[in-house]
Design a protein around this ligand. Structure first.
Ligand SMILES: Nc1ncnc2c1ncn2[C@@H]1O[C@H](COP(=O)(O)OP(=O)(O)OP(=O)(O)O)[C@@H](O)[C@H]1O
Length: 213
């Protein structure tokens, strides 16, 4: 997919009388916008707004655009925004390859084409040949990489990262964030990263917006 950047155009979010977010920013293809702020400041809430699943408890305004396309007008399943959370959230009843095949868009037709896409995505995160494995048999770092491969094969317009490295130990954390940012750059995906970790923010290399301070 040809990515065109992600624009937050006058996005404001409030919880009752409490203003949480006010942001306008354009994330270029391959760039990372990092959102930092104290617990409860509204970081995950911003990602929920971009993804289209903001809880009704909040009031929000402003547009989210992918290129010229106004995502705000679309339901979540039509936004094609990929998300990685703290937990890899793999389907335990499907093989590793099954997890990826499930995420590949219907537009990719033919079993052989889908399987080959899944296999190359696994190879791209250093998990070649592990497609038949049950997710529960993988290490935490391997599961995180399957989750990354799964979100990449879903051909998202943008990638949202909600503390995706925080459950990994220091070495893995470093490797995983380098891999995620390299993949985002290579595929020209605009990324919004939510983190508490200054090293994550520095590694992301883009703009850092601090909220709720
Ligand atoms: N569904 C909801 N209904 C009402 N209030 C909510 C709901 N979800 C979150 N909140 C509140 O909205 C505020 C922002 O929450 P949010 O999860 O976005 O914070 P955060 O910055 O991501 O925090 P953390 O760093 O702890 O994950 C908090 O005060 C939280 O208690």
């Amino acid at each position: 997919m040809d990515h065109q950047g992600l624009r937050l155009d006058g996005v404001t979010i409030a919880l009752g009388p409490r203003a949480l977010i006010a942001i306008s920013h354009t994330v270029a293809p391959g760039e990372v916008l990092t959102i930092m702020g104290p617990s409860g400041s509204g970081k995950s809430t911003l990602l929920a707004y971009v993804g289209g699943f903001l809880d009704k408890a909040f009031t929000a305004s402003g547009r989210v655009l992918a290129g010229e396309l106004d995502l705000t007008a679309l339901p979540p399943q039509e936004r094609h925004v990929g998300i990685l959370f703290q937990d890899p959230l793999l389907f335990p009843h499907m093989s590793v390859a099954g997890n990826l095949l499930f995420a590949i868009p219907q537009a990719v037709q033919g079993r052989a084409a889908r399987e080959s896409l899944a296999e190359s995505a696994l190879a791209g995160v250093d998990l070649a040949g592990l497609g038949a494995r049950d997710p529960d048999t993988l290490s935490g770092g391997q599961k995180a990489r399957v989750a990354l491969a799964r979100v990449l094969v879903s051909a998202p317009r943008a990638l949202l990262l909600d503390e995706p490295f925080s459950k990994l130990d220091a070495d893995l954390r470093h490797q995983m964030r380098e891999l995620v940012f390299a993949k985002a750059r290579a595929s020209g995906l605009p990324v919004i990263l939510v983190t508490h970790d200054e090293a994550d923010a520095a590694a992301a290399g883009g703009t850092i917006v601090r909220i709720g301070a």
